[in-house]
Design a protein. Structure first.
Lengths: 102, 486
C-alpha cells in the first residue's frame, strides 16, 4: 500500500469518526470538535491526493487546504460564540429535540 | 461568448465587490449602517442591471480575475441562469433592505449586526451565482452559510440561538461533504473549472462518489425532505427580514449549485439519480404542507410552507424535459418573491400584535390592510392561481408531466396546490375574526407594509411577463433548457 493511499484512508477514517461524533453526542462542544475532526480528515484527503505521479506534489490542493483551514477557523469561532450565547440564555449545553414539534 | 472587459473593472466583478465594500463600511461605521446599507443595495442593483444589459448584448460572460484562471485564480462566469438568480437576489435584496429600515426601529434585535452581515451574505450569493469553478463555489457557499447563521442569531432569543446552532452544524456538514467531492474530482480530472470538468467527466467510481457526496450536501443545504429538519426552527425564529432572505434566497443558492453541477459537470452520469430526487420532492410537498397545516404559529407555518414549496424544485429532476426545467427555474423566481413577501407580512403581524399565534390574529385584516393584501397576493402565488408567477411555474411543470403521460407527478402537484390553499386560507380566516383576548397593537412602519406589498405584487407581475425570464434562461443555458417556447 502506497503512503499517499494510507494518508487518504486515514483521512476517510477521520471523516467517518467526526460524522459519528456529530450524530451521536448531544453536548454541543463535542459536536463542534467532531466537525473539526471531520474537517481535518477532509484536509488530509486533499493533501494525500495531491501527491500524483512523480516526486513533486501538486500545489493546488495545498492552496485549497489553506483556504479550507481559514474557513474552518472562522466557522469554529462562530460556533463557539453561539455556544457561549446559547448556554448563557438557556443554562444548557445541548439542543432540545422536541422544542419545535407542533 | 465574450471575455468580460471594461474600465477599470467589468460589471461581473462589481456585483461581488459592491456588497463586500458596503459590508466593510457598515461594519466600520455602524451608526451610518442604514444609509450605507441602503446605498449599497441600490448600487448593487444597478451593477446587476448593467451586467444584465452586457449579457443581452454579448451573450455568456467569462472573466479571470487578475488574469489568473482556475485552478489558482478565480474564474467568473455568467449565463442566463446566473443572471436570473442575480436579478432575483437584487430585487428581493432591495425589498428586504427597505423593510429592514422600518423593522429595526422598534425591534429588540440587534440592528448594528444586520447590515454588515446581510451585505456579506449578498456578496456570498452573488459570488456563488457567478463562480466558474467548483472550489470557488465551496468558498462562496461557506461565506453564505456562516453569514446566514450569524443573521439568525441576531434575534438572540432562546429559539433563535438553538436554531442557529443547528443550522450551523448542518451547513458545515454539507460544506465538508461538498469539499470531499471537490477533492475527488480534482484528483480524477486535474481541474476545478466547471466547463472543463464537463468535457472530461466519465463514468467511474470516483465520479460516482463525488456526485453522491455533492448531491447529498446540496440536498442538506436546500432542506429537501427528509433533510429539512433544521429549516423551520432557523427560519421561523430569525428576525423577519432575515427569515425573508433565508427562505427566498439562501436555500435557492444551493439549489442553483445543484443545477450547475447536474448539467455542467455531471451531465453524462447524473441521470440515474433523478427519479430519487423527484420522489423526495413529491414527499416534501405533501409532508411539508401537512406540517404547515398543523402549525399554530404563523412564522412556523410559513417556514413549513417553504419545506413544501422546495419540493417542487426537485420534480424536474424526474420529469427530464426542457419544459420541466423552465418550470423549475420559474418556480425558484416566483417562490423567492412570494415567500419573501409572506415572511415580511408575517413579521408585520408579529410586530403589530406582539405575537404570531394564528388563532389570536384578531382582525388584522381590518387593522393592517396593506400587510394582509401582501400576504394574500403571496398566497395566490404559492397556491399557483393565475395570473401569478407560481401559476406559470406549475403550468410548465404540469404541461411537462402530462405531455409525457406521467400522471402521478401531476396529481402530486394538484394535491400540493390544494394543501397550500388550505394553509393560506387558515391564516386568512383567522385574520378576519375577533380574538377572545384582544391585545394592544403597536404601530407598524409604512416601510415594512409597503415593501412587503411591493414584493408580493412583483410575484404576481412575474406571471404576466413569463417570456422575459424564459428568454433570458436560454442564453448560454445547458442544452436541456433550450427548446421551442411553450
Amino acid at each position: 500500500m502506497s503512503t499517499p493511499l494510507l494518508y487518504a484512508l486515514a483521512g476517510v477514517g477521520l471523516c467517518l469518526l467526526g460524522l459519528y461524533g456529530l450524530i451521536v453526542y448531544a453536548h454541543l462542544l463535542r459536536k463542534i470538535l467532531a466537525l473539526n475532526i471531520m474537517g481535518s480528515g477532509v484536509f488530509l484527503i486533499l493533501v494525500a491526493l495531491a501527491r500524483r505521479s512523480g516526486d513533486s506534489p501538486d500545489p493546488v490542493p495545498h492552496a485549497m487546504v489553506i483556504t479550507g483551514i481559514v474557513v474552518a477557523v472562522s466557522a469554529t469561532a462562530l460556533a463557539l460564540v453561539l455556544l457561549v450565547r446559547f448556554s448563557a440564555a438557556t443554562g444548557r449545553n445541548q439542543l432540545d429535540d422536541d422544542e419545535h414539534s407542533p | 461568448m465574450i471575455e468580460a472587459s471594461g474600465t477599470p473593472l467589468p460589471w461581473i466583478v462589481w456585483v461581488i465587490l459592491l456588497p463586500l465594500i458596503g459590508a466593510m463600511l457598515c461594519f466600520l461605521w455602524p451608526r451610518q449602517g442604514k444609509t450605507l446599507g441602503l446605498l449599497t443595495a441600490l448600487a448593487t442593483l444597478l451593477a446587476v442591471i448593467a451586467l444584465y444589459f452586457q449579457l443581452l448584448d454579448g451573450g455568456v460572460i467569462r472573466y479571470a480575475v487578475g488574469g489568473w484562471g482556475a485552478p489558482l485564480g478565480i474564474a467568473l462566469y455568467a449565463d442566463g441562469l446566473s443572471m436570473l438568480m442575480l436579478l432575483m437576489s437584487a430585487l428581493v435584496g432591495v425589498g428586504v433592505s427597505l423593510y429592514a429600515l422600518g423593522y429595526f426601529k422598534h425591534s429588540p434585535d440587534n440592528p448594528a449586526g444586520f447590515w454588515p452581515l446581510w451585505l456579506l451574505m449578498w456578496t456570498g450569493l452573488n459570488g456563488l451565482f457567478v463562480a466558474g469553478d467548483i472550489f470557488n463555489l465551496y468558498v462562496t457557499l461557506e461565506l453564505l452559510g456562516l453569514s446566514a447563521v450569524a443573521l439568525v442569531a441576531l434575534a438572540a432569543s432562546r429559539d433563535a440561538l438553538g436554531g442557529a446552532m443547528r443550522y450551523l452544524f448542518v451547513s458545515l456538514l454539507g460544506s465538508l461533504c461538498y469539499l470531499i467531492g471537490v477533492a475527488l474530482l480534482y484528483h480524477a480530472y486535474g481541474t476545478v473549472d466547471i466547463a472543463l470538468l464537463g468535457t472530461l467527466v466519465e463514468r467511474n467510481p470516483a465520479t460516482h462518489v463525488a456526485l453522491g457526496l455533492m448531491v447529498v450536501a446540496m440536498l442538506l443545504k436546500s432542506a429537501l425532505f427528509p433533510l429539512h429538519f433544521w429549516l423551520p426552527p432557523a427560519h421561523a425564529s430569525a428576525p423577519a427580514p432575515v427569515s425573508a432572505l433565508l427562505s427566498a434566497l439562501v436555500v435557492k443558492a444551493s439549489f442553483y449549485l445543484l443545477l450547475r453541477l447536474w448539467f455542467d459537470v455531471f451531465s453524462t452520469v447524473s441521470m440515474d439519480l433523478g427519479m430519487v430526487l423527484g420522489v423526495l420532492g413529491a414527499a416534501a410537498i405533501v409532508w411539508g404542507s401537512v406540517l404547515a397545516l398543523r402549525q399554530t404559529r404563523l412564522k412556523l407555518l410559513v417556514a413549513y410552507s417553504t419545506v413544501a414549496q422546495l419540493g417542487y424544485l426537485f420534480l424536474p429532476f424526474a420529469l427530464l424535459s426542457p419544459l420541466a426545467w423552465q418550470g423549475g427555474v420559474y418556480f425558484v423566481l416566483s417562490h423567492a418573491l412570494a415567500k419573501a413577501a409572506m415572511f415580511m407580512a408575517a413579521g408585520n403581524i408579529l410586530a403589530f400584535g406582539g405575537h404570531d399565534r394564528i388563532a389570536d390574529l384578531d382582525r388584522v385584516a381590518q387593522r393592517l390592510p396593506i400587510t394582509m393584501t401582501a400576504f394574500c397576493l403571496a398566497g395566490v402565488s404559492l397556491m399557483g392561481l393565475p395570473p401569478s408567477g407560481g401559476f406559470i411555474a406549475k403550468w410548465l411543470l404540469l404541461d411537462a408531466a402530462l405531455s409525457h403521460d406521467q400522471w402521478g407527478w401531476a396529481v402530486m402537484m394538484m394535491i400540493g396546490g390544494l394543501l397550500a390553499a388550505a394553509y393560506v386560507f387558515k391564516v386568512v380566516g383567522f385574520a378576519f375574526t375577533q380574538a377572545d383576548a384582544p391585545h394592544d397593537a403597536q404601530p407598524v412602519s409604512p416601510f415594512m407594509e409597503w415593501s412587503a406589498l411591493a414584493l408580493a405584487v412583483c410575484a404576481i407581475l412575474l406571471g404576466l411577463n413569463a417570456h422575459y425570464p424564459l428568454e433570458l434562461l436560454a442564453i448560454g443555458g445547458p442544452v436541456t433548457f433550450v427548446s421551442p417556447s411553450p
